[in-house]
Write a protein that binds this ligand. Structure first.
Ligand code: ATP
Length: 460
């Protein structure tokens, strides 16, 4: 029952997202493209707010993390050196009856409770021996398990070799390590951050914007000395990742940490933890944190013309730093923000839908509403809108009844509505309505800026 309620909530969010312009299915008029979405007028604001919050917290507010914006198209060698060209894929198996394709490791794990990721032949054997039924049609008629590379391949004029759309943003950071170090004179420990698109040809995309083929990541490569006691630094990053999720609205109890067992770790990783969030379809990875050792910089040093070393001016030593890599998905953050904010309340026998976003995330901060469409009210309201739009993202709306306009703003999460009515002409005051409490306060127009500034700052 509880599960069904959660899934209903997801349906409601998908429908609200389309109706109010947060998220649209990609290429919808041509029948849609799985795993791609467009962000509508409110979705793009929300997404930008999430990215800005992240950039401020992890780059602008810190002295030892700097940002870059690297290209999506990177040299073909990079993907060979990083291991992605050979090994960035999933083991898949097809049902010969209904032609549906599934992650083989997931089928096996559900059937025998053992994770055999990477063990292709064993998985083929077990799927056949255990007579695992197709989750779609219930038949037992499987192909052998096969590896599929998830990178999108393309070509580039004048470059030999396969060009791939990057499947993660980290690659560009590694290869710019020296440029960043030389141009910023950062001392260890320091980080390089990037926000950008990543592309993965996921076999099974789905759960709305949870698993996409085109998405965005916010990543940091945090460089430390090899001999440094890395565990407290790692733990601190875990805390910061969870803190960020909570700033987006997540409750602490809806987050949990899942450590990758030794046998599933890449050979170079000392520790990898997924931070999972309780989505309506279960606890799933929200963000990841990995200790990558010196693998990436060592590989690029070996196969490029550049020594990606750090020079310690105090000791005169040169060495390759170790890396701790926190990764955040933008769309999973956005889904979390929508899920955490979505609230239904009964007010006077009717259901009020409210997106209770933290103020910083709200796509529209203040709505300016004249009580009626009469010029004597619309003109001064527009003037207020013009003044406040310089400081806040505002909206002006004069259509339909005031009650309906309040509900519309609630539904998209606007924290404050300012209404200019006939009394305003005489008392030079407006009504400010609070989204969450629905309380209305009369505020003098001359005090409105201070009043709203205080509201927004006290809620930071
Ligand atoms: P999953 O186990 O869910 O496939 P992953 O372990 O492959 O994820 P990473 O390679 O660690 O993911 O990517 C880092 C982050 O990028 C993830 O924590 C997630 O937030 C985001 N991410 C990864 N793949 C996708 C995707 N297909 N769609 C949307 N976001 C994604």
């Amino acid at each position: 029952m509880k599960e069904k309620k959660q899934l209903d909530k997801m349906e409601k969010i998908i429908s609200l997202s389309k109706r109010r312009g947060f998220v649209f299915q990609g290429s919808e008029i041509y029948g849609g493209m799985g795993g791609t979405y467009s962000y509508g007028p409110l979705g793009v604001e929300l997404k930008n707010n999430i990215k800005q919050l992240w950039w401020k917290k992890f780059v602008q507010d810190r002295t030892n993390i700097v940002g870059i914006d690297g290209p999506i198209l990177l040299h073909p060698k990079l993907w060979v050196v990083s291991g992605h060209a050979e090994g960035f894929g999933d083991a898949m198996v097809d049902c010969k009856e209904c032609k549906k394709r599934f992650r083989a490791d997931h089928l096996v794990e559900d059937a025998i409770g053992k994770d055999l990721e990477g063990k292709i032949e064993e998985m083929t054997k077990i799927i056949k021996e255990e007579k695992i039924k197709c989750p779609n049609c219930g038949k037992v008629n499987w192909t052998d398990v096969k590896e599929f590379n998830m990178m999108f391949k393309t070509q580039m004029n004048g470059v030999e070799g396969d060009i791939f759309l990057r499947p993660e943003t980290a690659g560009a950071i590694f290869i710019e390590f020296k440029n960043v170090m030389d141009s910023t004179r950062q001392k260890l420990p320091f980080g390089i951050a990037q926000i950008g698109k990543a592309f993965r040809n996921e076999i099974v995309a789905g759960n709305f914007i949870f698993r996409l083929r085109e998405f965005e990541q916010m990543e940091i490569e945090y460089l430390i000395r090899p001999q440094e006691n890395w565990e407290p630094i790692f733990d601190n990053w875990l805390n910061l990742q969870e803190e960020f999720a909570m700033e987006l609205g997540a409750k602490k109890e809806d987050l949990r940490r899942l450590e990758h067992p030794r046998e599933k770790l890449s050979h170079y990783s000392k520790k990898t933890i997924d931070i999972e969030y309780k989505f309506p379809f279960g606890f799933k990875e929200l963000y990841g944190l990995a200790h990558r050792g010196d693998f990436d910089l060592t590989q690029h040093t070996e196969f490029s013309n550049e020594k990606l070393e750090y020079f310690d001016q105090e000791t005169g030593e040169r060495f390759i730093p170790h890396i701790i890599e926190p990764t955040f998905g933008v769309e999973r953050s956005l889904l979390l923000a929508l899920l955490s904010a979505y609230t239904e309340e009964e007010v006077e026998g009717e259901i009020r839908v409210v997106l209770k976003f933290p103020n910083k995330l709200a796509p529209i901060k203040i709505a300016f509403l004249p009580l009626s469409k009469k010029d004597e009210l619309t003109e001064p309201t527009k003037k207020l809108f013009d003044k406040f739009k310089e400081k806040f993202i505002c909206q002006y709306d004069e259509t339909q009844s005031i009650g309906k306009r309040y509900r519309r703003q609630d539904e998209v999460g606007t924290p404050y509505c300012v209404t200019f009515d006939f009394d305003s002409l005489g008392d030079n005051s407006v009504t400010v309505r609070d989204r969450d409490t629905m309380k209305q306060e009369r505020v003098k127009i001359e005090d409105l800026e201070i009043y709203l500034n205080e509201k927004f700052h006290s809620n930071e």
